[in-house]
Design a protein around this ligand. Structure first.
Ligand SMILES: Cc1cc2nc3c(=O)[nH]c(=O)nc-3n(C[C@H](O)[C@H](O)[C@H](O)COP(=O)(O)O)c2cc1C
Length: 208
C-alpha cells in the first residue's frame, strides 16, 4: 500500500494563496508515490476541546463529531502536511481547535505512557508546515511553528521542514513568487520520498 498522507488546509479560502501552495505540495507528495487525503478543516463540524478529561483514562475523546475519525486515522498515517495562514500571530481558530482535540494523544503518551502511535512508525512519520502571513515582521511564524512543534510532538511526527512566506498583504498573489510554489512542491516531494524509503526499509528489516 502507498504511504498515506493527510493534508490539512487551515484557510477558509478554498482557492486562496494557502490553498494554492497546498495543492502544489499535494502534487509533490503524489509524484513521490504517496496517497493524499486533503481535509478542509473549516468545513468540518466540531467543537473545541471542552476539557472533560475523558482522555486522561481512555484512548478516545468523549466528544463525537467530525474530528472523531481523524483521532483514529492519525494513529496510522505516514505523513502530514499542514497548510495555514497566520491569524492573530498563530493558527486560525478552526485548525487550532482541531489540533487541541489531539489531547487524546498527549494523555496516552505522557500521562498513561502508552502512546497511540506504534514505536516503529516513528522511524518514518514526518510532517511539513506551509504557512503564509500578511505582515512583514520577522516573528510572523513564531506562533504557528511553536504550535506545529507541539502538535508533532504529541502525535509522533518528526517536524521535518516548513515553507513560509510573509508579507502577503503586499505580495497579494502567491503566483508572483514562483520560487515559493516550487518550494512547496519540492519539499513535499522530498519528504514523501523519504517517508516511502524509510517505511520500505523498515518493512524489509522486519520481514528479513
Ligand atoms: C482574522 C485575520 C487575522 C490575521 N492575522 C494576521 C497576523 O497576525 N499576522 C499576519 O502576518 N497576517 C495576519 N493575517 C493575514 C493573513 O495571514 C493573510 O491575509 C493570508 O494571505 C491569508 O491567506 P489565505 O487567503 O490563503 O487564507 C490575518 C488575516 C485574518 C483574516
Amino acid at each position: 500500500m502507498k504511504p498515506q498522507i493527510i493534508a490539512l488546509l487551515g484557510s477558509p479560502v478554498e482557492d486562496g494563496n494557502t490553498a494554492r501552495l497546498l495543492s502544489e505540495a499535494i502534487k509533490g507528495a503524489e509524484d513521490a508515490g504517496c496517497s493524499v487525503t486533503k481535509v478542509e478543516v473549516t468545513k468540518l463540524k466540531f467543537s473545541p476541546c471542552m476539557e472533560y478529561f475523558y482522555c486522561e483514562q481512555n484512548d478516545d475523546c468523549m466528544m463525537k463529531d467530525d474530528v472523531s475519525p481523524f483521532l483514529k486515522r492519525f494513529r496510522t498515517i505516514d505523513g502530514l502536511i499542514v497548510a495555514s495562514p497566520v491569524m492573530t500571530m498563530g493558527f486560525p481558530g478552526a485548525i487550532k481547535s482541531f489540533m487541541d482535540r489531539f489531547q487524546v494523544f498527549f494523555m496516552a503518551k505522557y500521562v498513561r505512557k502508552d502512546p497511540l502511535v506504534k514505536k516503529e512508525m516513528k522511524k518514518w512519520r514526518k510532517a511539513l508546515l506551509i504557512s503564509i502571513g500578511g505582515m512583514n515582521v520577522p516573528y510572523d511564524f513564531d506562533g504557528v511553528r511553536l504550535s506545529m512543534r507541539a502538535f508533532c510532538d504529541i502525535t509522533d511526527f518528526e517536524y521535518w521542514e516548513d515553507v513560509l512566506q510573509n508579507d502577503m498583504d503586499s505580495i497579494q498573489d502567491i503566483t508572483k513568487k514562483p520560487e515559493k510554489i516550487k518550494e512547496a512542491y519540492t519539499k513535499a516531494y522530498e519528504m514523501c520520498r523519504l517517508i516511502a524509503e524509510d517505511k520500505a526499509k523498515n518493512t524489509a528489516e522486519e520481514s528479513g
